[in-house]
Design a protein around this ligand. Structure first.
Ligand SMILES: Cc1ncc(COP(=O)(O)O)c(C=O)c1O
Length: 399
């Protein structure tokens, strides 16, 4: 198979508001022969050619090019304000695609509070190919003061999973650029509805689109968005060569979810803010982590770089793991499950669940005690959510 052709780029900056662009980005009905208002699911693995190596419409093979995936990619690039986006089979596939662009000996300075699967990918897989990972508390005031000269990539998650740590993006970007490195930001928790890392100098934006972008807990996917058009060709080469691309049907579902991102995020944020306040005022709750609370150490930075504070909350109970287990068992509306960002509210314990792959001593250092509880606050009625937490807290003896 020949090399991929031109990289699909977004290129539309029509001055319209985010909510409008989220509904229309990446698709022009009249670009398709039938005028389909929504992108068809192009369920084909290959495309007809007029003569050897002369594909009729420039499309050869779906791992390389697929119109449904291109529609999603264009939409994501436009909404993040990047030059191009690459929709991947999962969030981890997107992170791996970015790591494939590095060479043995390259140093990655990463936030210490990343999603557990990113830690596992870096420490147990990428390291075997000679990449050097150094973890720092990127929320600390002097976090970027002394980046080593061989740093090629600074990799942060903000807000982070599950401690909701806030990394100052402009500072991280400036420090990375000073040593000739680039900044990659996992924007899964905020989404482009709440935070646009390219506006603060980032070079790459990553997503687990499984979460808020897809929004309905019915698809697994990821995205890698790049600011510099000159970098796009290389990323496409790696997406195509390693085969990390998203399937047409998964791309369709993700784009369908993306259409309602703006309205969903409004409700997620409003519900989470109300619940964070309720938990912070509850006598049986020890510590509430939500960037919208003035008590949160990253509150001031979050106010600067986010439009709102998102739908994720973590908190601790005085009774540790046993009490946290009793709490999740008593919840009725909050479903005990991993993942986040869907319309339905979820509850989980990061230590034994999403962050189990992080060694226990490292978890404690990052601020993930065994009894930490994480909520993905859905779009249900806020009073119903509060009542469910209230009865579950009472049932587990909190307060
Ligand atoms: C912040 C963050 N990044 C990346 C990932 C990985 O995404 P996926 O599960 O789609 O591979 C997750 C998954 O929970 C996540 O929370």
């Amino acid at each position: 198979m020949s090399e991929p052709g031109p990289v699909p780029t977004s290129g539309r900056a029509d001055g319209r508001a985010f909510a409008t662009r989220a509904v229309h980005a990446g698709w022009e009905p009249l670009s398709e022969p039938t005028g389909a208002v929504m992108p068809p699911v192009y369920l084909t693995s290959t495309y007809a050619q007029d003569a050897p190596a002369r594909p009729r419409r420039g499309f050869e093979y779906t791992r390389t090019q697929n119109p449904t995936r291109f529609a999603l990619q264009d939409a994501l690039a436009e909404l993040e304000g990047g030059a191009a986006a690459f929709a991947c089979a999962s969030g981890m596939a997107a992170v791996h695609t970015l790591m494939l662009t590095l060479a043995p000996g390259d140093r990655v300075v990463a936030g210490r509070d990343l999603y557990g699967g990113s830690h596992r990918l870096f420490d147990r897989l990428e390291q075997r190919f000679g990449l050097v990972f150094e973890y720092r508390d990127t929320t600390a005031p002097d976090a970027f003061a002394d980046l080593p000269a061989d740093t090629r990539l600074v990799y942060v998650e903000t807000p982070s999973n599950p401690t909701l740590g806030i990394t100052p993006l402009a500072e991280a970007a400036a420090a990375a650029h000073r040593v000739g490195a680039e900044l990659a930001v996992d924007n899964t928790f905020a989404t482009p509805a709440l935070q646009r890392p390219f506006d603060h100098g980032a070079d790459y934006v990553l997503h687990s689109t499984t979460k808020y972008v897809g929004g309905h807990s019915d698809v697994v996917g990821g995205a890698l968005v790049v600011r510099d058009p000159a970098r796009a060709e290389d990323l496409w080469f790696h997406q195509n060569t390693a085969g990390t691309s998203s399937s047409p049907f998964d791309s369709f579902l993700t784009l369908r979810g993306l259409r309602t991102l703006a309205v969903r995020m409004e409700r997620h944020c409003r519900n989470a803010a109300a619940l964070a306040e309720f938990l912070a005022g509850h006598p049986g709750v020890d510590r509430v982590l939500y960037p919208g609370l003035p008590s949160h150490p990253g509150h001031a930075v979050a106010r600067e770089q986010m439009l709102a504070f998102g739908g994720m909350i973590s908190f601790e109970l005085p009774g540790g793991l046993a009490q946290a287990e009793a709490l999740v068992a008593a919840c009725d509306l909050f479903t005990l499950a991993e993942s986040l960002g869907g319309v339905e509210s979820l509850i989980e314990l990061p230590a034994p669940m999403t962050h189990a792959s992080v060694p226990p001593e490292k978890r404690l250092e990052i601020g993930i005690p065994d009894g930490l509880v994480r909520l993905s606050v859905g779009i249900e009625d806020p009073d119903d959510l509060r009542r469910d937490l209230e009865q579950a807290l009472a049932a587990c003896g909190a307060g």
